[in-house]
Design a protein around this ligand. Sequence first.
Ligand code: NIG
Ligand code: FE
Length: 414
Amino acid sequence: MNRILIRNLGRIGGISEESLLQRSGEHLSNWPALRDAWLLIEGSTIIGWGTMTDEPRQPPNTAVWDAKGAWVIPAFVDPHTHLVHSGTREHEWKARLQGASYQEIAASGGGIMHSVRALRSIEFAALIDESRLRLETMRTMGVGSVEIKSGYGLDFESESKMMRTTRTLASEYPDMNIRSTCLALHAIPPEFRGDMDSYVKKVTQEWIPIWAGEGLIDFIDIFCEQGYFGLVHLDALLACGHRLGLGVRAHVNQFTVMGAVRRAVEGGALSVDHLEELDSDDLDALKHGATFPILLPGCSFFLGIPYAPGRLLADSGVPVVVGSDYNPGSAPGLNPFFTLSLSCLKLGLMPEEALNAMTINAAASLQLSDRTGSVGIGKEASLVFISGLNDWSTLPYHFGQIPPIRVMLKGRFI
Ligand code: NIG
Ligand code: FE
């Protein structure tokens, strides 16, 4: 099997101790690093690392790369995206620049419904082509694992088309981990207007079991919000998840506190995402539960809404996760280095905490941290090499401006 020895690394960051699969509390700021180091990779896997003073003799059949002082971190894991979509919504953004709100645009038939109309009419092959371009951008920026939601189809055929696009991309890019989340409960489709309950029943009792049987779904999701879905619908999705053995993720508290955090946590949800609005009961539920809070600062940045209380959550001892929420309406940006900067500047995380939130914790929220999101023996060799760093804080300090010098995914440079 191919081996690569990488020499003269200025630092290896994000080293994992075998048993630790997520970081919270006092561990959240722990970003284990090694100075003047080497890494040995065999096939797709990290098989050794150490300091240059005890560099291994070059074994036979081993390629060598001199990193000339570059620093290396685990590839980013983006645990919340709407990467598969058709077209963009600049016209709505311009309306918002002139004072319209995201909710007003949605109420007048735009927003998610605009993207639904575009998604329903695009051909499968064109949807793949469009989505592949975004995935390519993400890869070059150092994202090695990504979760992709459906939710712009809202009918059986169109949701299938989205999830099949995600699965096609996963087969085209086996060097990434691509997870598919069914978000058919993203909005109420026109066919079911005024009859939300029937739509939820259709999705949870008929469609999701079929898609799960076809192997299209890793997780299921719902948008809990005024004008969208409520607590009874969340309960129905949680029950569906239990029946089929699918982890539940939930969009909650983007605009409204409605008790959905406690409901999701107590119902065993894997993650609660957004949390721009959070009350003390929500926080209490998170502290006593095992649900990952996924914060999406790019959405707050782009919509001009409050940021989730990242510092408070970190200090409360929960395993904070940060993702991009990449989508055409509320967060059309997928640069992980910019998200990292926002995590520090707007969520109040320290650089090391933000790095953990976007690597090992994000991986844990996708049930992937046993294999990716950190640098360790037996972990996937998915790595981002960066030069010009003085400190880990140099990364978020140059906001959005650090291009990796090289990206390796599962043992191969892209
Ligand atoms: O996570 N809040 C709901 N869904 C997306 C936005 C979708 C859209 O506007 O297209 C989000 O922000
Ligand atoms: Fe989202």
